[in-house]
Write a protein that binds this ligand. Structure first.
Ligand SMILES: [Zn+2]
Length: 282
């Protein structure tokens, strides 16, 4: 080993710049050649090393990054924190679209049930379902100023989020427990899943088949003036998602998947994506 400096020197002399570049890290007298050698290719965090390719999203874009030496390396020299990637990995799962404002403080919804509302077990069952599957709590209103009253309506309807003061969830006789779970979802701040701002990546909206007057139910929430967040990816199994034939005027689909196929409506209970969306919001 004692002869190594001589053999390196001999190599530099005979082989020239290629060997010189490979020795530069130890040779402080040759900084110019370090620059020159590295100018030829893009910056890398770990030159010559590759790691396991992983899929994720970052800043809303789908990316592939590599795990090298415990670092998450993107495009060669961008180090993503575990927090960035952990959060973005969750964004690949189906979830919800939620309103930015109008959250219920401390995740507590105060409510009353109008005495004239028939089949009140629809409401109590829907509340029990939400309490079993989310951090949201429902407390019978005493003197609180912001609260929901469940009452008879001409259809099933609700505001999006807490609006302040008394607000209503309206339930016609045909509204089921599943429909009531859906309306409570609106009152908590959930939009219809098909109104996500990124929905065009997942569905086709067939406006020509929508019943006149219901086009707004298929309008992106941003276009309706709401601020919101699209969590994860569109959840076809969400209790907040319409089915392919919802509000059809002619028996033809109003929404299809991007490949043109149709899908069923789900009004049984909260999906895994609904739960993760509400968890993110509350
Ligand atoms: Zn709805």
């Amino acid at each position: 080993m004692r002869k190594q400096p001589f053999s390196v020197l001999a190599l530099l002399t005979t082989v020239g710049t290629i060997s010189l570049a490979s020795c530069n890290k130890e040779n402080e007298t040759q900084p110019a050649q370090v620059e020159q050698a590295q100018d030829a290719k893009a910056e890398e965090a770990y030159p010559g090393q590759t790691g396991a390719a992983k899929a994720g999203t970052w800043g809303g874009e789908s990316i592939t990054y590599q795990e090298i030496n415990g670092e998450k390396v993107y495009e060669g020299d961008i180090l993503l924190t575990a927090e960035q990637v952990a959060a973005s990995e969750g964004q690949n799962r189906p979830s919800s679209a939620g309103r930015t404002t109008g959250r219920w403080p401390s995740a507590v919804v105060y409510y009353t049930i109008d005495a004239a509302l028939p089949s009140q077990s629809r409401v109590t069952s829907a509340i029990s379902h939400w309490q079993a599957n989310s951090p949201v709590r429902f407390v019978q209103r005493t003197t609180q100023s912001n609260y929901v009253t469940f009452r008879v309506g001409s259809g099933c309807s609700s505001n999006i989020g807490m609006v302040g003061g008394r607000q209503y969830i309206n339930l016609a006789s045909g509204c089921t427990t599943g429909n009531t779970i859906h309306e409570i979802g609106h009152a908590l701040g959930l939009f219809h899943e098909q109104t996500r701002t990124d929905r065009d990546n997942y569905v086709n909206i067939l406006t020509q088949n929508i019943q006149s007057g219901y086009e707004g139910n298929f309008t992106k929430y941003s276009a309706l003036g709401y601020g919101g967040t699209d969590y994860g990816v569109l959840d076809f199994g969400s209790i907040m998602m319409y089915g392919s034939f919802s509000f059809s005027s002619n028996g033809q689909p109003t929404i299809t998947k991007k490949d043109g196929s149709t899908f069923n409506i789900q009004r049984t209970g909260l999906s895994a994506g609904d739960k993760s969306g509400i968890d993110a919001m509350y």
